[in-house]
Design a protein around this ligand. Sequence first.
Ligand code: IPE
Length: 268
Amino acid sequence: MNRISVDIIKLGGSIITDKSSYCKIRRENLSEICKQLENLSNPYIIVHGAGSFGHIIAEKHSIQDGFEDRNQLDGIVKIRQDMTSLTQEVVSCLVENNVKAIGFQTSALAFIEGAEVLYFLNPIKKSLSLGICPVLSGDVLFTENDGFTIHSGDSIIDHFVRDFNVNQVIFLTDVDGLFEKDDNEETGKLVRKLTYNEFKDFKVEELQSDVIDVTGSMKGKVDEISTLLKDVEKVVILNGLFPERLGLVLKNEDVICTTIFGENSTQR
Ligand code: IPE
């Protein structure tokens, strides 16, 4: 199959769930986000995070450390159940907003062998070519060596930019974008646009968070974005707690967010 051109939209766990409260969904926000996705002309993939449907149990059972004892298996079973319901909530909300969407279980499409994540992507490619939006989530993947590990939504995207022709990746987070670290000021400054070279030297302001997250921080995201920029036209980080900003970005309008242009982009 040819490489399909798509956008990827990551719904961070912090904007579709209340990360501090077990399995609590931010239904109103999710619904406002889904409204922005009605009638888009370009094909897109939705990847959603886990928020309080994944991180709390993952931490409790040390899932990120791989197999250590059988008690962890209860954690894996629970996370899978909870993530199934979260994906179902996202899909239902999309369908209510006239988006043809289908949920795919990431852990049924991928397996880790050594350092390699092996994906079976044909069902996703076919759904896209038929005009159906695939919805995936961060998940617990089985691995050849350690039994299992957490595979974040960001890691899925990291993989997909090599298999699809990705125009833009839009990350919906709970902050307005990237904040530049400034030693002389108390709070960092939001950066609106960065070229690939500017981004390489960028020192991110780490915003404080007291919620449990087993897959990392904004600094971790910045490292992953550096890899993405080799393959995509641009990466946008925006505040998903203001869903109308997503709608404006999708219309290429100027809005509060950070846009980072890819290594081969001619835009600025
Ligand atoms: C985490 O996925 C997956 C699990 C804990 C099962 P993400 O790392 O993408 O989730 P968020 O966006 O941080 O909540």
